[in-house]
Design a binder for this molecule. Structure first.
Ligand code: PLP
Length: 389
């Protein structure tokens, strides 16, 4: 693996020197990288409002940094809302973006001053109008892109065009303002045309609402989906921002709606490195071709997105012989007593032949969807520590 393709040399040196002497496994988050990603995204989408998707990395220092940079936030639960309020984010910069929520959560959010919600069903809309009256809502549309992303968010969220129209119809009788339409093209969506498909559908609904109902919908919430850097290559951010802005201009001409982005992975993904240690290297039998490499991180303490080998993290071994002949394909597995705790066996990473117990393995681009997914006590292992530098 060529380290410099995935991480800035200076960032790597900072992280590596911080990591010395600490007991593995742990995640190191480089805050400067997040700052850079935020500024770059702001430059790419200068007219958009950014609502950071807290779930991607809810570390308090990360939230504080983004708050200082002027970001708004998308929360998935009352617990994330509380966390944001506690660090001083004002409620008018928080949206409650989860379409699946209890009445008690809607009430709670409303009492705390949240007035922006997302919905994808008539029953949830009724709850919002009743328990968070006068609020603004995004109606979430289901889009095909969600199926082709590396980490799909399909099926469970969003509704059909017909149902969006039903929800708009119903909203006219309720105490809510349909503020915009939202969609999510699926997380780690590498195909930029998926945004165009979604925007085309949104445009059709905007036209229907205006022509049939006399309603002008003001904004589009494009969710997340912008990719981070993993082994399956994606383009650089500017390619996505240019193409997406082109689609918006094409579809909406002079009537450009307000744009909202909810980036998660693209803001924090490449900021993190998980530092792990080899627990054991073994073969199942003398005849078996492949070695198994067991490390002290796995599906239950940080690497859940290796499920179905969806996300392929760049892996770096400190002892790497950089020559091809010094490496061999291995099966990579975690430390727990559960056989699903295997990260990669179809896709095989080539790791040094000299790899042995105690050697360190670094998992790059692990700033998103890792530490917050850790189990609390499976096999007695504590959740992975996270440090911000
Ligand atoms: C998860 C999520 C996001 C963030 O998606 P990324 O692909 O990580 O950028 C944004 N909005 C909503 C509603 C989400 O559920």
């Amino acid at each position: 693996m060529i380290l410099e393709e995935y991480i800035d040399k200076a960032v790597w040196e900072r992280i590596e020197s911080f990591s010395q002497e600490k007991e593995t496994p742990f995640l190191v988050i480089d805050l400067d990288t997040i700052r850079k990603n935020y500024v770059e995204l702001k430059q790419g989408f200068s007219n958009a409002d950014i609502y950071y998707a807290v779930k991607a990395n809810p570390n308090e220092e990360v939230l504080k940094l983004l708050n200082d940079l002027g970001s708004s936030f998308d929360a998935a639960s009352i617990y994330e809302i509380d966390k944001l309020l506690k660090i001083g984010v004002s409620p008018d910069r928080i949206s409650f973006g989860n379409t699946i929520k209890k009445i008690s959560s809607i009430k709670y959010a409303y009492e705390k001053g949240i007035r922006l919600f997302t919905t994808d069903s008539r029953s949830d809309l009724i709850n919002i109008s009743r328990y968070a009256p006068n609020s603004k809502v995004f109606i979430r549309l289901i889009v095909e892109g969600a199926l082709t992303a590396d980490w799909p968010l399909a099926r469970k969220f969003g509704c059909s065009i017909e149902e969006v129209k039903n929800i708009i119809d119903l909203s006219e009788t309720l105490d809510v303002e349909v503020y915009g339409l939202s969609f999510h093209v699926g997380s780690q969506q590498r195909n930029v045309f998926m945004w165009d498909y979604a925007l085309l559908k949104v445009k059709d609904i905007f036209e229907w609402a205006f022509n049939e109902k006399g309603i002008t919908i003001k904004s589009i919430n494009m969710g997340g989906g912008l990719p981070s850097k993993y082994l399956n290559k994606a383009d650089e951010l500017d390619i996505y921002s240019e193409k997406i802005k082109e689609s918006i201009a094409n579809h909406f001409k002079d009537n450009e709606p307000r744009i909202i982005l909810e980036p998660g992975r693209s803001l924090v993904g490449n900021s993190g490195v998980i530092v792990s240690e080899v627990v054991l290297v073994s073969k199942k039998s003398e005849l078996e071709h492949y070695r198994w490499v067991y490390v002290d991180v796995g599906k239950f303490n940080g690497l859940i997105e290796t499920m179905d080998e969806c996300i392929k993290y760049p892996i770096y071994c400190s002892s790497t012989g950089s020559h091809e002949e010094d490496t061999e394909e291995v099966i990579l597995a975690g430390p727990t007593c559960d056989s699903v705790d295997i990260m990669y066996e179809k896709y095989m990473y080539s790791l040094p032949l000299s790899l042995k117990e105690g050697d360190r393995i670094y998992w790059l681009s692990t700033g998103a969807y890792t530490s917050s997914y850790c189990s609390v006590e499976f096999n007695g292992f504590p959740p992975m520590k996270a440090y911000c530098i």
